[in-house]
Design a protein around this ligand. Sequence first.
Ligand code: ADP
Length: 263
Amino acid sequence: RALQDEQRKVVEKMKKIPYKIAILSSKGGVGKSFVTSNLAIALSSLGKNVAVLDADFHGPSIPKMLGIELSKGLLARDDGSIIPAVSRHGVKVVSVGLMLPTEDTPVIWRGSIKTTAIRQLLAYTDWEGIEYLLIDLPPGTGDEQLTIAQIIPNLTGFLMVTIPSEISKYVVKKAANFAQKINVPILGIIENMSYFKCDDGKIYYIFGKGAAEEISKEYNITFLGKIPIDPKIRESNDNGIAFFIDYPELEASKIFMDISKKF
Ligand code: ADP
């Protein structure tokens, strides 16, 4: 009964949010959180009211990347609803990372608990006025992640983040098949860590070349762009400043701006 109540609340709240985008990645560490946080800032810079639900329980990095101190935690209203934290870019964030007693506390949850946690965060957060909800899902496209995506009604679509390795082919195929099954569009695929350009201009394809682009053609999924490996990206992420704000002139920032205008 509690479960039905929660699901009803989720449906009610999600109905009011025009765009709900779940971000999936092929594996951990491919840059899903980086893409999510920069896309959130890009949308926010266009004057949109944006929230991120950081559902990557094992590596909740959205608060850090958006410069929100974990010790601030999350506040609740008298009626028990959760108030999202707000980054200096105006992006609202709900993250398990903001609920842990210390930064290095591990989250040891099985799949079913994760699904419940996401349902409850969706049901009990105050999402009032949000136009774009970006949901940063745990890495991989296993059943668990996809079930999580399924509890969000009227999901606008999945956004895939991958690297140009052979494994991306398998992952995109799996996601494409699942999305079709539950009738949710794949909005596009972003290839991160596509290449590294040396100071002398020489380009190295460290993780391979072209796999994501190839598969996007085969499955008719929009290819949204290639982001190079760039130490500036890593630095910005670590410093919580956001690459998009630091280096608006770079190609990767333009990609985020272009994508945010598409949705
Ligand atoms: P995921 O969410 O997929 O686990 P993250 O977004 O946390 O991955 O990124 C993993 C690490 O790689 C982080 O330290 C991040 O700063 C770094 N990173 C992501 N994309 C790039 C890139 N294009 N160039 C350099 N470093 C990157």
